[in-house]
Design a binder for this molecule. Structure first.
Ligand code: SAM
Length: 210
């Protein structure tokens, strides 16, 4: 498996276009996400933490005290907004451009990894999950907040039908089977919590075997 440069640069271009509008587009959804982010971050211990797909930095206000965060992001326009947000909040973070499908870190670098609403956009999610499994320490946990394909057959089929158009316009896949994808990786799924919207939104906690 190797990174598909065309698909990855298309994803990046879509987010680059959306970056100036992203926070405004997400205002309503963010009202719902806020309590989910808080819940996820209440589980995180670090201390050496990687956030992948930091976006415009919406998780930065929730980082626990005493953690050392490295954050990567595919899209320059999103990353510059995250940097601004971190500066405004006075939070020191090592933020860099990067692709979760091909991380620059040595094996077992981080105690824990967090990602929120990223694997719906990563062109090759299995490649990305493989990288998370590689750079987290043995026994370390990966926390994910994701929307996934509905298990309701009608809603699921509708998501499949709409997905190509949604990907073309936003870069987001609405029919990813992310819990199953984590299961297919070398990470072990420890916890899956249904957060609402008929089981479409999930908190997933996975662990690298010791
Ligand atoms: C829907 S946004 C979510 C941003 C942020 N995590 C949040 O919760 O608001 C998805 C983000 O994932 C980034 N992304 C997509 N593919 C990526 C990849 N291969 N590596 C790193 N980041 C990626 C996009 O550039 C975008 O900023």
């Amino acid at each position: 498996m190797s990174v598909d440069p065309k698909a990855t640069s298309q994803t990046q271009a879509r987010y680059q276009r959306m970056a100036p509008l992203y926070d405004r587009m997400e205002v309503l959804a963010e009202r719902r996400y806020r309590s989910w982010r808080k819940h996820l971050w209440s589980l995180v211990r670090g201390p050496k933490l990687l956030e992948v797909g930091v976006g415009t930095g919406k998780n930065v206000p929730y980082y626990p005290k005493g953690v050392e965060v490295t954050a990567i992001e595919l899209t320059p326009g999103m990353l510059s907004r995250a940097r601004k947000r971190a500066e405004e909040l006075g939070v020191a973070i090592d933020m860099r451009l990067g692709d979760v499908q091909n991380l620059e870190f040595p094996d077992g670098t981080f105690d824990e990894i967090v990602e929120t609403f990223v694997f719906c956009s990563v062109p090759d999610p299995l490649l990305g999950l493989g990288e998370l499994a590689r750079v987290v320490k043995p026994g370390g946990r990966v926390f994910m907040l994701e929307h996934v394909r509905s298990e309701n057959p009608i809603a699921g089929a509708l998501m499949d039908a709409l997905n190509p158009a949604v990907v073309r316009t936003t870069g987001v896949n609405i029919n990813r089977r992310t819990v199953e994808n984590v299961d297919r990786s070398t990470l072990r799924v420890e916890q899956v919590e249904d957060l609402g919207m008929g089981g479409i939104y999930k908190l997933i906690v996975a662990r690298r075997e010791s």
